[in-house]
Write a protein that binds this ligand. Structure first.
Ligand code: BTN
Length: 256
């Protein structure tokens, strides 16, 4: 995969039109944040064939076999107030789920806050990082790891991970998959529309695999157990616990 192989397959106006494809990089989110700080326009994409320090949420490492998967980040400039950015992980996970479902020919589910599952296993993880100036977002970097052609996973995650290749039995073209996904993300990106957060929540809810289920949300030493009831436009998860409704903004959901 190189920049030209992606650009030649793009049907977007801006997403991916500026693109860096690196053989090896620490983290694409770090490089995208550096470019954003230097004024890179919305839609700038950073791809790495290999990440030496790929990051996940909650200080975890993102492990992906070099050259087999998509690990990339997009610079977004939503111009939204900082307290409205929680919808962006929902937007990204719904768009990824839509593409994955189309490619795999089976349902892809959104698991709060921003995982995408197929056959009950994680196929994609998303890490959104914002830079705030005053009360508004100067930029949001959306980092996406999508398991595409990897068919063997380290023992620690083997039971929880899947890939497009494992789900379909065939290899996918990485630049083509990235170009299609960038098209889906651009089509769904309408932050200037006042009705957009509601539409994103609707789309995410349609694809979700957590609402109505008994869950445990773990964040550090705290665990909240109850029935997941709703995801809000702020990106929070409302849980009905024995002691009343609780809204959580971050954590890992375990389905019970
Ligand atoms: C998670 O599931 O915890 C989120 C994983 C996000 C991984 C992607 S890979 C591309 C981008 N660069 C990173 O360092 N992380 C994100």
């Amino acid at each position: 995969m190189n920049a030209e192989s992606v650009i030649s397959r793009l049907a977007t106006k801006t997403f991916g039109r500026r693109i860096e494809v690196h053989g090896s990089l620490g983290s694409t989110n770090d490089e995208a944040k550096r470019l954003a700080a230097a004024g890179a326009p919305e839609g700038t994409v950073v791809v790495a064939l290999e990440q030496r320090a790929g990051r996940g949420r909650q200080d975890r490492t993102w492990i992906a076999e070099p050259g087999k998967n998509l690990t990339f980040s997009i610079v977004l400039r939503p111009g939204l107030p900082a307290d409205r950015l929680g919808v962006i992980p929902l937007f990204a996970s719904a768009a990824v789920a839509s593409r994955v479902s189309a490619v795999c020919g089976k349902p892809a589910g959104c698991k709060w806050p921003n995982d995408v599952l197929v056959s009950g296993r994680k196929i994609s993880g998303i890490l959104c990082e914002s830079t705030i100036t005053g009360t508004r977002a100067a930029s949001v970097v959306v980092g996406i790891g999508l398991n595409v052609n990897q068919v063997e996973f380290p023992a620690a995650i083997a039971g929880d991970a899947t890939s497009i290749a494992l789900e379909t039995g065939s290899e996918s073209d990485l630049p083509g998959t990235l170009a299609s996904l960038l098209g889906d993300l651009e089509s769904a990106w309408r932050p200037e529309d006042p009705g957009w957060p509601g539409a994103v929540v609707g789309e995410w809810t349609r694809r979700n695999v957590v609402l109505g289920k008994l869950v445990e949300v773990v964040r550090g030493a705290t665990t909240i157990a109850g029935v997941a009831r709703e995801v809000t436009e702020a990106g929070t998860l409302r849980i009905e616990t024995g002691g009343g409704a609780v809204e959580v903004a971050a954590g890992d959901v375990h389905l019970r």
